[in-house]
Design a protein around this ligand. Structure first.
Ligand SMILES: [Zn+2]
Length: 292
């Protein structure tokens, strides 16, 4: 949390608010957020001034998303990349507030018009500055696979990537960011349900039509989730503080023990690929031999 639909919703909301604006002041309230990506972080006394200096008076020309990351591109060619991890939030205030920032606000960007705030209760998220946008693109090429909302995400490209991992479970494969990027636990379970595929099945057991069904389900679920502003389950909110409503439409995620909305069987919970996984035994049978 947040996954692709949440970050996409944030980015779509911020684009008209940020593009064309310049950063006039940066206040780092917690250096941990700008001190790398790992769980253990350290920083020197010069880290905060360097971060501030690198962004001051930069004009925003684009706001985008890659996998679960958001990024701002500046007129100079620099790029600010961020990941919300567990509890990160990007908030936008149109008017300058006289109140002190909330307790979880870690970085404040005052713009030529409006203010962008990065808040993060658990502080696993991060912000990084790349000197050139191409540096960030190089990182993406190594770390991330197909972008499921792009034209590159074809049934063929998807099947080719999956077939390289025949022994991996569907759940584990869909969570791997180097195969398809942006899917996490929520949308993985929803995709498997829509495609009627048991998440614990090995990739090698999937028939061609099941691979195709997974591909279609990924596009359908993610697009619908974006249309509803994502799923506000824990801390995720849109930049104006409003919640996304897609959680109301979840079929299986968080519904274990409740009735399947398709067949009325009781939804199951199982640990697959190290993650709590919800599914319907009847709609997503594990013994696929019965279907042959
Ligand atoms: Zn069912």
């Amino acid at each position: 949390m947040p996954e692709l639909p949440e970050v996409e919703s944030i980015v779509c909301s911020l684009q008209p608010l940020l593009v064309g604006r310049s950063i006039v002041r940066v206040t780092v309230l917690d250096p941990r957020i700008i001190a790398g990506t790992g769980n253990k972080r350290s920083w020197t006394s010069g880290a905060v001034p360097a971060f501030v200096e690198s962004l001051l008076y930069e004009k925003i020309v684009a706001v985008g998303r890659r996998a679960k990351n958001f990024f701002l591109v500046f007129a100079s060619g620099k790029c600010l990349v961020g990941h919300l991890k567990m509890t990160g939030q990007l908030l936008y205030e149109a008017r300058k507030s006289t109140a002190l920032p909330g307790p979880h606000v870690r970085v404040v960007f005052e713009l030529s018009q409006g203010t962008l705030l990065y808040a993060d209760a658990r502080r696993f998220g991060y912000l990084l500055v790349y000197p050139r946008f191409s540096d960030w693109e190089d990182v993406c090429k190594k770390a991330y696979g197909l972008e499921p909302l792009s034209n590159d995400f074809t049934p063929r490209a998807f099947a080719e990537r999956l077939k390289k991992k025949p022994h991996v479970s569907v759940k584990a494969a869909l969570l791997r960011q180097d195969i398809v990027s942006g899917i996490g636990n929520i949308y993985c379970d929803e995709v498997c349900f829509l495609a009627r595929v048991h998440p614990g099945r090995p990739i090698g057991s999937l028939r061609t039509e099941e691979l195709r069904a997974l591909h279609t389900a990924i596009k359908t679920v993610l697009r619908e989730a974006v249309r509803h502003g994502g799923s506000s389950i824990s801390d995720y909110v849109l930049p104006d503080g409003k919640k996304g409503s897609y959680a109301y439409f979840h079929q299986v995620y968080g519904r274990e023990g409740k009735l399947c909305r398709r067949c009325s069987a009781i939804l199951q919970k199982q640990r697959i690929a190290g993650r709590t996984t919800a599914f319907c035994m009847k709609c997503q049978p594990e013994c696929f031999d019965f279907l042959l």
